[in-house]
Design a protein around this ligand. Structure first.
Ligand code: NAP
Length: 321
């Protein structure tokens, strides 16, 4: 099979396509013939050895895939050859086949095509658990989304609208903001065009209830300042590469709640509820992921660079059919 391989840490250009044997399955694992994979920002970080954890090279990058099970093993009850599934892991997805524990697989609902399933994974799950269980978004909340053109940000715009929030989308280009408006954002701010604090005062004169921040850097503080008393600021990641330092007096004076999102911190009962609600959003078509580009596996470097540069709008996919 063909696989993208990271032979040594570095920029996306280090990744190359190699011929490899099909992966063997251990007990509890299934082998999946991959039809599509999503490119996520952490894939770029893992290849550069800038992620929270390190994977020793050589390794096959790619953390999210959809495909069909072609082999099962002992301890994979509930899954069978021919099942259409979606899965996540730290690495291994940018290949024609991947062997993974079935615990990390989810059946794809009927009527949902492979690309939609691939694009609806990590980004939408991150955004939805953040909005529901960290920010506790309510109908009528003023929600401010940084990085609103990116994978997590655009998902937060769409899902925030579904939860009844009034969404202010912040991004670096008109193109990104136009897409956010198409998904229901009420106000948009291009943060490259002036002072973000002033722009937020104009867009949300009554103040914001929630900020979702997947960018960090110099945008975080003005966004936090836009919050009303008791507002919730959820940090999801630092795509800008800069971890902001927030003066705590801002938190104290308004009694703000500053939270960090990690999947494992969502209480199990809420996790199950959120996943079921997400599934309904996907199956009903109420939420439709935006895919800005699809690359063949042979162009994996271009796909990674697309995401690494912050240019992606919504999701970038790899087609392995
Ligand atoms: N906590 C979790 O469980 C979790 C889960 C998924 C993702 N994340 C993290 O969330 C962050 C966003 O992920 P994503 O998939 O939404 O990424 P993405 O699609 O690449 O979007 C990131 C956004 O960040 C902004 N940005 C600013 N400087 C950038 C730079 N130097 N390089 C790239 N982007 C830059 C861009 O918005 P502008 O238009 O404003 O420039 C871009 O649209 C990442 O740090 C990722 O690791 C965390």
């Amino acid at each position: 099979m063909k696989a993208a391989v990271c032979p040594a840490y570095g920029p996306p250009e280090v990744v190359r396509i190699e011929e490899q044997p099909s992966p063997t399955v251990a007990d509890g694992q299934a082998r999946v013939k991959v039809s599509a994979a999503a490119v996520n920002f952490p894939d770029v970080l893992l290849i550069a050895n800038e992620y929270q954890i390190s994977v020793p090279p050589p390794f096959v990058p790619g953390s999210e895939f959809v495909g069909v099970i072609v082999e099962t093993s002992e301890g994979t009850a509930g899954f069978a050859v021919g099942d259409r599934v979606t899965g996540t892991g730290m690495y291994g997805a940018f290949a024609e086949e991947v062997a993974v524990p079935t615990a990390g697989l989810t059946p794809i609902p009927d009527g949902v095509d492979d690309r939609r399933a691939a694009a609806f994974g990590v980004a939408y799950r991150t955004a939805y658990h953040t909005l529901r269980s960290m920010a506790r978004v309510q109908q009528g909340d003023e929600l401010v989304v940084l990085g609103a053109g990116g994978g997590v940000g655009l998902a937060a715009v769409q899902l925030g609208v579904q939860l009844g929030a009034s969404v202010t989308a912040i991004a670096s280009s008109t193109e990104k903001l136009d897409v956010a408006v198409g998904y229901g954002a009420k106000h948009v701010i291009n943060h490259t065009c002036g002072d973000l604090r002033d722009a937020l005062r104009d867009a949300v004169p009554g103040g914001a209830d929630v900020v979702v921040d997947s960018v960090g850097g110099e945008l975080s503080e003005p966004a936090l300042r836009s919050l009303n008393r008791g507002g919730r600021f959820v940090t999801v990641g630092f795509a800008s590469g800069v971890i902001p330092r927030i003066p705590l007096n801002l938190v104290l004076v308004k009694g703000l709640h500053v939270l960090g999102f990690q999947f494992q911190d969502v209480p199990p009962d809420e996790f199950a509820r959120n996943e079921e609600e997400l599934r309904e959003h996907l199956v009903s078509g109420r939420v439709h992921p935006h895919v800005c580009a699809v690359y063949p596996l042979a162009e994996i470097v271009a796909a990674l660079k697309h995401v690494a540069g912050g240019r992606a709008i919504g999701k970038v996919l790899i087609d392995l059919t």
